[in-house]
Design a protein around this ligand. Sequence first.
Ligand code: 6GU
Length: 362
Amino acid sequence: MNFEVLTLFPDMIRQAAGTSVIGRAVKNGRIAVDPINIRDYSCSRHMRVDDYPYGGGAGMVMEPEPVFRAVTEAKRRVGEDTRVVYLTPQAEVLTQTKVEELAGEPSLILLCGHYEGIDERVLEETVTDYVSIGDYVLTGGELGALVLIDAVSRFVPGVLGNDESADFESLQDNLLEYPHYTRPEIWHGRAVPEVLLSGDHGKVEDWRHGQSLIRTKARRPDLLRKSRRIRTIWFGDPETEAAAAALTGKLTRCGTVENYNRKTLQKRRNSMSDRDLLILVEGRSGADDPDAAARFRNLSGNGTPFFLFLGGGADDRCTADCLQSKGFCFQGAVQMDLYPPSEEAVRSAALSIRKKLERGEL
Ligand code: 6GU
C-alpha cells in the first residue's frame, strides 16, 4: 500500500516512517511512505505557499495552487482515482471502522495542512475524505497522517508478525480490551487472577468478556451505548454456516451462531432484546423460504434490528416480512455469493454494519 503525504515538513514523515513496525514494513516493501513537499510546488520566487486571509483575521492560509499541483503530482505517481484524505480537526474523528475501510484502498494521498488552514476551493476540488484524530487542535496534520498510516498499515498483509495479528480488535466490538498478565505469578504482592491459571478456555473467555464490559462501563460508557450483542442465525448448507461464522467473527468476539435447520432450536423459545442485533444468513437457493413462518415460530424480537444475508439468489421478502411481524426491525438485505463467500464480500458486509452501529443508526 502506498501513502503519498503532502506536507510542509517531509522530514517529520520520513523520520517516523523509518522507525519501528512501520519502518520494518517500508524496508520489506509492504508499504511505501512517500513525502511530497508542498513548498516544491510554490508559485512564487520566494517559495511562499501561504498568504493573508480574505476577510481579515489572525494567521495565514495555504494557497490553493501549490496544494493543487502537489495533489496532481501524487495522483500521477499512484493513480488518478486515489482518495485524498485531508487531516484536519474540522472532521469526523478516525475510528477503527474508518481505518479498515481505508485499508481496502491500494493507495492513499494524505494532505497535511498548516497555519490556519488551506484555501477552501482546492479542498472542494480535490479532497474525498476529511479526517480528525481527536477533539483537540494540533499545529499541523502530520501527526494525524502518521497516526492514520500506523493504524491502516496494521491491516496490510505482512506488516504485523503472526503474534501481533490484526485479526480481531476489541474496538471493533465497541468494547475495550480486557487486562493482560504475564509472569511472575505474584508481583509486588499482587496475584494474577486465578481463572487465568485454571486452563479452562471457556471460563477464561467468559472472564475476559466480563472484564471488557466492566472496563468499558467505567472508562468509555459512550462505547457501550453503541455496542450490541450479535446473534446470528443461519439455515442452508455447510457453506452458509461458514459464511455466517465468518461474518459474525468480523463483527464481534462473543456472538452466537445458531443453526436454524435444526428442529430443536426452532422449538426452543428465542427472545431477543432491543440491545441485540440479529444477523440472518439464508443460504438456500431458489425463491422464498416457504417455511419461514414455521421456522421462526418461537423467535421473537423487541424492536430488535436485523440484517438479511442471502446466498444463491434466495429472495428476502418472505423472511423479512415474517421477522417484521415478530418484533424485528428490518435494516437491509445483502445478496452474497456464498459458494464460497469471498473474504472481501464478508469484510465489506461487516464494515457496512459496523458503520451503522458506530453512527448510532441501529
Ligand atoms: Cl488530523 N490535524 C490537525 N491539524 N489538528 C488535529 C487533527 C488533525 N486531529 C485533531 N486535531
